[in-house]
Design a protein around this ligand. Sequence first.
Ligand code: SF4
Length: 470
Amino acid sequence: MIDCALVYPTPSLDSPAKGPALSIFYPGVVLEKSGFEVEYSDERFDNRQHTEKLIKNSLVIGVSSMTGFQLGEAQRILKTAKEINPNIITLLGGVHPSMLPDQCIRESFIDVVCVGEGERTLLEFMKCIKKKKSLKNVKGILWKNNGNIIKNEKRELVDINKIPWPVTKKNRHYFKIAADASQIRLLSSRGCPHKCRFCYNQIFNRSTWRPMNIKKLENELDAYISEFKIKKIILGDDNIGPVKERIKKICGLMEERGITWHTGIRCEYITDEIAQTLDKSGCSSLFFGVESGSNRILNEIIGKGYPGGVENIKNCARIMSKTNITGMYSFMCGLPTETIKELIMSMELADWIKETDKNARISFYVYAPYPGTSLYKEAIEQGFQEPCTIDEWTRITLSSERNPKMENLYYISGLNFRKDKTGQNFPGLKRFSIKPFELSASLRWKTRITGFYWEKRIIKYLLAKASKGD
Ligand code: SF4
C-alpha cells in the first residue's frame, strides 16, 4: 500500500516545459526521508493509467496545481480518485488552493486543502493520518470533519536551508528527463521582498524573500552536476534577489563549474557591473517582469515599484544589448483601468526593447486576478466576474478566453515575437501550417489592429492538434 501518491497535472496545452515538478518533489522527499511510502505521477510524462494505478493503491492522493489549465486537470484527477477509490483521502495543494482555500475545500471531491508551502504541512498531516490522530493540530490545512469545514492555524514559512535535495530513487527518472532537456530547476531562494499588487507572493510567501545559503546552493549544484552531468541549470526563483554580493557569488559558482544558467531578476537590479558579471559567468538568459509601458499603470495600479518607472526598463534593455544574455521581457495586458492608449504604450515599449536589444524575447500575457492580492478589488470593480468554483477558475489563464481582446494580443504577440516557441509547438513540416498566421500576426502587430481576430480559432485548433502529436 502506498501512503501518499503525489501528482503533478499537465500545466498547459502548448509544449509544457520538461523541468522537474518541484512542487510535488520537495514535499515528497521530506515524506520519503521520514519513512513514508511515496509514489509520483507527472502527467506530462506518465499516462493517466499510471495515475489511476496509484490511486487504487494509495491512502492519500496529493495534487499540486496553479490556476487555469492545470486546475482543470487537477479537478479531473481528484474526481477520478473519488470514483475509483472512494476511501482515498484527496488533498489539493499549490498556488491556486493557497489563494482560495475556502472555495476549494467546499468542493465535494476535495477532503483537505494545503495552504502555502507543503513540506512540513504534508509531513505532519501524513503522521496524523497514519496514526489515525485528529488533524486539528496540523497547521496550514483546511479539512472536513463530519461534513464541517475546519480551518486550522496558519503554518509558518519553511526554512529553505533545511529542505533536502529533492532527488530520490523514486523520482530520479523525472530529473533525468529534465537534465536531458537542459531544464533542471533549482530554487536558490523563495519569495520576493517587493509588493507588486497582482503577485501571488503577497499571499503565498507573505512578501518575504528567503535565500538559500551559498554553501547549500553550491552542494546542490554539485550534486546535479555529478548525478546528471548537467551543463545548464535554471534558477527558478521568482526574483534572484536584491543582494548584489549574493548575485556575484552565484555567478562565481556557475563560472567555476562552466555552467550555463537562467534566472529571473528585476529590471532595476541590472547595472553595467551586474550585467557584465552575469554575462561572464555563463548566464544565458534572464526573465524580466516588465508588465507595462505606462508609468501610471506601473506606479499607481500595479505597484511595481521601479524607482524610475519605464526609464528603468529602458536602461535595463540598453545594458542587456551589450551582453550575450537573452533578455526575456514579459508584459501583462488587461490590467484594471488600463486604457487603449496605455496598451499601445506597452506595444511601443516592446518594439523599442526589440529594436534596442536585438536578442530580446517579448511575451504578452493576460492579467489573471487573484483574490487576496491588493489589485483584486479593482479587478472586480472593473467588471471581472468572480469565479465561484474550481471549474470556473480553470478558464482563468494567462491567455485568458474571458477577455477575448486581450487574448488576441497574447496570440498576436506570441506569433510576432516568439518564433522560437512557435518552432517548439510546430516542429519540422508542421511549421508550414502556422506560417500564414505568423505573417498575419506580424502585420496586425505593426498596424496595431488586434480586433476581429478570426485567425485565432484556427490557431487554437492547430495548437490543440500539435499538442496531441497529430
Ligand atoms: S518583483 Fe516579481 S516576484 Fe516580486 S512581487 Fe513583483 S511580480 Fe512578484
